[in-house]
Design a protein around this ligand. Structure first.
Ligand SMILES: [Zn+2]
Length: 307
């Protein structure tokens, strides 16, 4: 039986949409501006895409840069007032009349990697994001360890940054989550820039820091060395805790495969399993992991639940 899932990847400025058919990766992508403030306009925009398809899709699946409150079902997505605090799943279902699935973007990334990407053939896949922040999602047996929310696998928060990297003091920077000393403050792209400023008093972009590191410049090399020291311990712990046998990485910093390889080299010796093959690897689920992961969630919802 042919199934089709209309997939959305919803961000603060734009929404990407694509149709996925019969368990495959989503096809051609349509982009449009996010109706940022008006909830009714937001619902109408998504509904109009569903209505424009030649055939009604079987479900809608959404990847979102936010989380779903596990009890109330309401979204926590501060940068999109049109849907922040709303029950988008219920509202969309009411308007369009087909099942609606919503998941956190890091979770969608992890599932996309498990089903279509670098995690294929692995039972436990821990997908991590080194982007504007540090995120993650956990998949076991091609299923997300998260039926609601989006908190599982979020290894970027918690006061874990060591106060010294070698003989260099590292401050506990305040984090957006309300704590301080979270990995998120030093290990995403803004975190790398913050570390570089702390160590050298320079305001360079993450891209420049990494390209200067690869060119062999000593200042950026020190920044990356400290970055690796701070990241490696928590990531090795996360690998031990989850039992993941592969850790696909996404987000802006992970586009630099030399950095991913350096993270892999730093982490593997610190894990209990000390695998001989690369453990921290670049993502391989294509340019639209949010859409791919949403598609996988949509298709899985039609499968019989395992006991
Ligand atoms: Zn935090």
């Amino acid at each position: 039986m042919t199934r089709s899932i209309l997939c959305f990847d919803i961000g603060g400025t734009s929404i990407r949409a694509a149709l996925a058919i019969d368990g495959q990766m989503p096809g051609a992508v349509t982009r449009f501006d996010t109706p940022a403030r008006d909830h009714a306009a937001f619902l109408d925009r998504l509904a109009s895409l569903a209505a424009a398809l030649p055939q009604r899709p079987d479900a809608i699946a959404i990847s979102l840069a936010g989380v779903v409150h596990p009890k109330t079902g309401k979204l926590i997505v501060a940068n999109i007032p049109a849907i922040h605090g709303t029950d988008l799943k219920t509202d969309l279902h009411r308007q369009i009349g087909i099942p609606v699935h919503i998941a956190n973007d890091a979770d969608c990334f992890a599932l996309a990697e498990a089903v279509f990407g670098a995690g294929k053939g692995h039972d436990i896949v821990f997908g991590v994001i080194f982007g504007t922040g540090v995120g993650g999602g956990l998949v076991s047996g091609r299923r997300l360890i998260n039926t609601a929310g989006g908190f599982a696998g979020e290894w970027g928060h918690g006061p874990v940054v060591p106060l010294m990297a070698g003989d260099t003091p590292i401050p506990h920077f305040a984090c957006g989550c309300g704590l301080s000393g979270c990995l998120d403050t030093v290990a995403g792209a803004p975190g790398l820039e913050r570390l570089h400023t702390h160590l050298h008093g320079k305001n360079d972009t993450a891209r420049a820091i990494l390209s200067d590191w690869q060119a062999g410049e000593t200042g950026p090399a020190r920044t990356v060395e400290v970055f690796l020291q701070l990241v490696a311990g928590p990531l090795a712990m996360a690998v031990n805790l989850t039992g993941a046998t592969i850790v696909p990485t996404g987000g802006g910093l992970a586009r630099n495969h030399a950095l991913v390889a350096a993270i892999d080299e730093a982490v593997r010796p610190l894990t209990l399993s000390k695998p001989a093959h690369p453990l921290i690897v670049p993502a391989a689920s294509g340019e639209e992991p949010g859409l791919a992961g949403a598609a996988a969630i949509g298709f899985q919802a039609f499968l019989p639940k395992e006991r």
